[in-house]
Design a protein around this ligand. Structure first.
Ligand code: G3I
Length: 603
C-alpha cells in the first residue's frame, strides 16, 4: 500500500480507518437460510396446528398405523363414536369399537377428537322419538340428551381432547340472517322434540337443544374443548348464522348460574368441515369464514377436510390424470398457505380420509394419497404450499401480503441517500428478504437484508436523476420466492457543484501480478479548505476487502489536485474487483463523509 498525504493528523487517521470499516461492512456477504425438507405432514405443521385423519376399527392394521405415525398426531373416529354406534336402546351402551380406536391412539401417542354427541343423523330413535315414531316431548328429549351426554362424554373424559358437541344444526337460509334460530334444521328430530312443548310466548323454540347439549357436555367433561361442527360453512348465510349462534349462546352462558368459570366460553371452537371441491368454494370464501369466526371470539378446527376433483354432482373421477392432480394440489396449496397465515386461530386440521379409496367421496378422489397409498400431487402441495405454487408458476400468498414503504419518496442525484425500507409479509420470518435500488432491471445499489421487516439502504452517491424503484425480493434458500417494487424518484442536484472530479485508472481490466493505479483529479469550486479522501480497495470474489490504499489532500477553492492511489494485484485475480471511492472530508471527524462521485468499480 502506498500513500501520499500532506496534512494528515491522527484524528483524521481514526476517521479514515472507520471509513474503511464502514465500507468493508457494506460488502459483507449475507447468510442464506437453510430450507426444511422433512416429509412428515404433522412435523411440517407442528408449530401451527395438530394434523389429523379419520379411522375405523377395521383399519387398525400395521400399514395404517405406520401412516398415522408418520403423518398425523390426532384422530377422529369416522363413524364409531356417533350415537347410533354407541347406544341403540335407552340404557344400553357399547363402547367396544370406540375403545379399540382410543386404545390404538393412546398406544401410538395420537390424540383423539370426539365426533359427535348430538346430530340429526346416525343417532338412535330412543333419544328423541317414541317407539311409534312420534316425537318425545321437549322435557323427555332433554332428559335423554343429558343422560346420553353424561354417560358418553363422562366415559371418554380424559381420553378425548375435544368434542363435536352439536353437528350440522343449520339447514337452508339466505342473507340477511336476523335470527339464527330461524335457519336451523327444523326437521331434525332433536328440533322436533324440543319444539314439542316449547312455550313460544317465553321465546322457547326447537333450536334450544343446541344450548342444552353444550351445557351438558361442559358438565360431563369440563376438560374437553367444545366445538360446533358444520358443513357448507363458506356459504355467506351459514357463516353468519353459525357465528351469530356462537355469539348468542356464549352471551347466554355468561348469565347462566351453572357457569362456574366466567372467563371460559361455552362454545370454544367452530369446526369447519371443509368438504370442498376444486371448483367450489373459492379459497377466499374459506378465509372470509375464518375471519368471521375469529370475530365471533372462538378458535377454529378444520374438521373434515377433503377436496373432491370437479364439483358437487359433477362427472366422477375415481382416478386423476397428472394435470387433474396438479389442479387439485393447487387448491390444497392455497388452503394450507392460508391456514398457516391464520395458525394463531386454527388448532387442528383433520383430513377426512386416509386415501382416495377410503373416502365417503371416493368418486371424486379427494385426498392426499391415491388408492395404493402413494403420495399424490396434493400431498406435495400440503408439504410445501408456497413452493408448490411457485413450481407451477403461481404467485404465493406471501407476495400478496408483502407491502413495502420507504421513509422517503425522492433522493438527490450525486448525494448520499439513507432510505429506510419496511417490508411486511404474513410469514416473512421464513425467508431471506433483501432490498435494493433498481432502474430498468439494473441494480444501482447493493442488496440490503431486512431484519424484522426493516432495512436501511445506504447509497453513498445517488445515481443520475430519473425514475427508479426500490425492489424487495424474498428468497427461500436461493430460490426467488416473491418480488415487489415501489417507485422512487431521483432528482437533479440543483445546487452548484462544490467539486468536479475525473477518475482514470489502469489497467482497465485487472491483471494478475500487476500494479493497479487510480488517478483522481479534483477541482474545488467552492466550500471550505478541507481534505478530500480517495480510497482504492480490492475485493475478492466473496466480496471481502483484501487490500486498500487511501490518500487525503486539502484542496483550496479554485485549485485542482491530482490524487494517486493503488497497489499490487495478487497472482490469482479471477472474480476480484477494485472499487474507487472519493469522499469530501468536511465531516471527517464524525465519519459521516459526503461521497463526491459514483463509486467506480473495475472488474
Ligand atoms: O356399517 C354399515 C355396514 O354394516 C353396511 O353393510 C353398509 C352398507 O351400506 O353400511 C355401513 O354403514 C355405513 C357407514 O358409513 C360405515 O361405512 C353407512 O351406510 C354410511 O352411511 C356411513 O357413511 C358415513 C357418513 O358420515 C354417514 O352420514 C361416512 O362413512 C362418514 O365418512 C360420514 O362422515 C360425515 C361426518 O360424520 C359428518 N360430516 C359429514 C361427513 C361426510 O358425510
Amino acid at each position: 500500500m502506498f500513500m501520499e498525504n500532506k496534512k494528515f493528523n491522527s484524528k483524521r487517521s481514526v476517521s479514515l480507518l472507520m471509513t474503511v470499516v464502514i465500507i468493508f461492512g457494506m460488502f459483507f456477504a449475507v447468510p442464506v437460510l437453510a430450507a426444511d425438507s422433512n416429509p412428515s405432514l404433522a412435523d411440517i405443521y407442528k408449530d401451527s396446528f395438530l394434523l389429523g385423519n379419520i379411522i375405523s376399527p377395521n383399519q387398525l392394521d400395521a400399514e395404517t398405523t405406520n401412516m398415522f405415525n408418520q403423518h398425523y398426531n390426532v384422530v377422529t373416529a369416522e363413524n364409531h363414536m356417533k350415537p347410533n354406534m354407541i347406544s341403540n336402546a335407552k340404557g344400553v351402551y357399547n363402547f367396544s369399537s370406540a375403545d379399540a380406536i382410543i386404545n390404538w391412539a393412546q398406544n401410538n401417542g395420537i390424540k383423539v377428537h370426539g365426533h359427535t354427541l348430538v346430530w340429526h343423523s346416525q343417532s338412535p330413535n330412543w333419544l328423541y322419538r317414541n317407539q311409534d315414531n312420534t316425537p318425545l316431548t321437549r322435557s323427555e328429549a332433554r332428559q335423554n340428551m343429558q343422560e346420553y351426554i353424561n354417560r358418553v362424554a363422562g366415559y371418554f373424559a380424559g381420553k378425548v381432547i375435544s368434542w363435536d358437541v352439536v353437528n350440522e344444526a343449520f339447514e337452508g337460509g339466505s342473507l340477511p340472517v336476523t335470527d339464527w334460530k330461524t335457519v336451523t334444521r327444523s326437521n331434525s328430530p332433536w328440533y322436533i322434540a324440543y319444539a314439542n312443548g316449547a312455550d313460544t310466548s317465553k321465546g322457547e323454540s326447537g333450536a334450544d337443544y343446541i344450548y342444552d347439549a353444550f351445557v351438558f357436555a361442559r358438565q360431563a367433561d369440563p376438560n374437553a374443548i367444545l366445538e360446533y361442527n358444520d358443513f357448507n360453512e363458506t356459504d355467506a348465510w351459514k357463516r353468519e348464522a353459525m357465528a351469530m349462534m356462537v355469539e348468542d349462546l356464549n352471551e347466554k352462558w355468561l348469565n347462566d348460574p351453572r357457569n362456574t368459570d366466567p372467563g371460559r366460553k361455552l362454545i370454544e371452537r367452530i369446526g369447519m368441515q371443509s368438504h370442498h371441491y376444486t371448483q367450489y368454494p373459492p379459497v377466499s370464501w374459506v378465509e372470509a369464514s375464518i375471519q368471521r369466526f375469529i370475530e365471533a371470539g372462538v378458535t377454529i378446527s378444520v374438521s373434515e377436510l377433503d377436496v373432491g376433483y370437479g364439483r358437487h354432482n359433477g362427472p366422477t373421477n375415481r382416478t386423476l390424470t397428472y394435470e387433474q392432480q396438479v389442479e387439485q394440489a393447487i387448491y390444497y396449496a392455497r388452503l394450507f398457505e392460508m391456514y398457516k397465515a391464520y395458525d394463531a386461530h386454527i388448532e387442528r386440521v383433520t383430513l377426512w380420509g386416509q386415501n382416495d379409496a377410503r373416502s365417503w367421496r371416493a368418486d371424486y378422489s379427494p385426498l392426499l394419497f391415491d388408492r395404493e397409498f402413494a403420495e399424490k400431487e396434493a400431498y406435495y402441495a400440503v408439504l410445501d404450499p408456497s413452493g408448490y405454487l411457485m413450481k407451477n408458476g403461481l404467485t404465493p400468498r406471501s407476495l400478496y401480503d408483502l407491502t413495502i414503504s420507504t421513509d422517503t419518496d425522492t433522493i438527490v442525484a450525486g448525494l448520499p441517500a439513507n432510505i429506510i425500507v419496511n417490508a411486511n409479509a404474513a410469514d416473512i420470518g421464513d425467508y431471506k428478504v433483501v432490498a435494493y435500488l433498481d432502474k430498468d432491471g439494473k441494480k444501482y445499489s447493493d442488496e440490503f437484508q431486512l431484519v424484522n421487516g426493516t432495512t436501511r439502504l445506504t447509497i453513498p452517491n445517488a445515481p443520475e436523476a430519473g425514475q427508479y424503484r426500490i425492489v424487495v425480493n424474498a428468497y427461500t434458500g436461493s430460490t426467488l420466492f416473491a418480488s415487489k417494487a415501489i417507485p422512487l424518484t431521483i432528482t437533479e442536484d440543483s445546487s452548484e457543484k462544490d467539486y468536479t472530479i475525473t477518475t482514470t485508472y489502469q489497467p482497465s481490466v485487472l491483471t494478475a501480478d500487476k500494479m493497479f493505479t487510480a488517478q483522481v483529479n479534483v477541482t474545488r469550486h467552492k466550500g471550505e479548505d478541507v481534505p478530500v479522501l480517495v480510497i482504492v480497495a480490492l475485493f475478492d470474489r466473496d466480496e471481502r476487502m483484501i487490500n486498500v490504499s487511501y490518500i487525503s489532500k486539502d484542496i483550496e477553492v479554485g485549485d485542482t489536485e491530482r490524487l494517486n492511489a493503488g497497489f499490487m494485484l495478487p497472482v490469482d485475480i479471477e472474480g476480484h474487483k477494485v472499487r474507487i471511492f472519493v469522499w469530501d472530508g468536511i465531516d471527517l471527524e464524525n465519519s459521516d463523509m459526503r461521497p463526491l462521485s459514483d463509486v467506480v468499480t473495475v472488474q
